[in-house]
Design a protein around this ligand. Structure first.
Ligand code: AP5
Length: 214
């Protein structure tokens, strides 16, 4: 199965991807995580992406498209795309690359979340700078306050998770990414998911759509 996960910043894409990859044995390809890895390793790509990411802007299409089409091309089985595509140009170029291999996106999940919920989720998120595990100060606390359960590293807040930068990210989402919903509705199966509830509740809604396709 090849899946695209759409949703505003903080909608819970990364959280739901963990459930999806476990159940359907898929590869998780998160453009945000891949970019953050490049930054941590100090690659040229990571340096190029830094100023865009920290200000809440999208990284230019030419940088992202090459990076993600390369990742998709190396996948040997199914995958779930998280954070890519994010513009109509990215989606069209992905479709072209897939057509060349006689492949297609099987399902698009569109996570809908109210803005007040998004703000609470994002400003309360903490991540492990070493293993990228995601926590929340209220909803998903680590066992020891401020410390990663997996490797004992001190948790941090993403530089783009401040209330001010989130406003820019949401504006960019509405202007540049939301049009993808109609793009995909023209030729793919799109499932609208109410993602305001608890993580497990949202997970069950997603499974009810994907199980018949698996
Ligand atoms: P990226 O990392 O993709 O950020 P994003 O899309 O803004 O999404 P987030 O990671 O913020 O949120 P999420 O939906 O995964 O939520 P999560 O599950 O963590 O991109 C970062 C930047 O990289 C972009 O701004 C851009 O600059 C660049 N970039 C990336 N891809 C690009 C592309 N294709 N083109 C151009 N630029 C690109 O959940 C959030 C919090 O809420 C967590 O703490 C979690 O524990 C909690 N939570 C989740 N679900 C629930 C729930 N149901 N109930 C309660 N709490 C919940």
């Amino acid at each position: 199965m090849r899946i695209v996960l759409l949703g505003a910043p903080g909608a819970g894409k990364g959280t739901q991807c963990k459930y999806i990859v476990d159940r359907y044995k898929l590869l998780h390809l998160s453009s945000g995580d891949i970019l953050r890895r490049h930054r941590a390793q100090g690659t040229e790509l990571g340096k190029k992406a830094q100023k865009f990411m920290d200000s809440g802007a999208l990284v230019p299409d030419n940088v992202i498209i090459d990076m993600m089409i390369d990742e998709v091309g190396r996948a040997t089985g199914g995958y779930v795309l998280d954070g890519f595509p994010r513009t109509v140009k990215q989606a069209a170029d992905l479709d072209k690359a897939l057509e060349g291999r006689d492949e297609k996106i099987d399902a698009v999940l569109n996570l809908g979340v109210n803005e007040d919920v998004i703000l609470r989720r994002i400003t309360g998120r903490r991540i492990c700078p070493k293993c990228a595990a995601v926590y929340h100060i209220e909803n998903l606390k680590p066992k020891v306050d401020g410390i990663c359960d997996k490797d004992g590293v001190k948790l941090v807040q993403r530089p783009d998770d401040t209330a001010e930068v989130v406003k820019t990210r949401l504006k960019n989402y509405n202007e540049q990414t939301a049009p993808l919903i109609n793009y995909y509705k023209r030729g793919n199966s799109v499932f609208d998911i109410d993602a305001n509830g608890e993580a497990e509740e949202v997970r069950n809604l997603i499974f009810s759509k994907l199980d018949p396709l698996a």
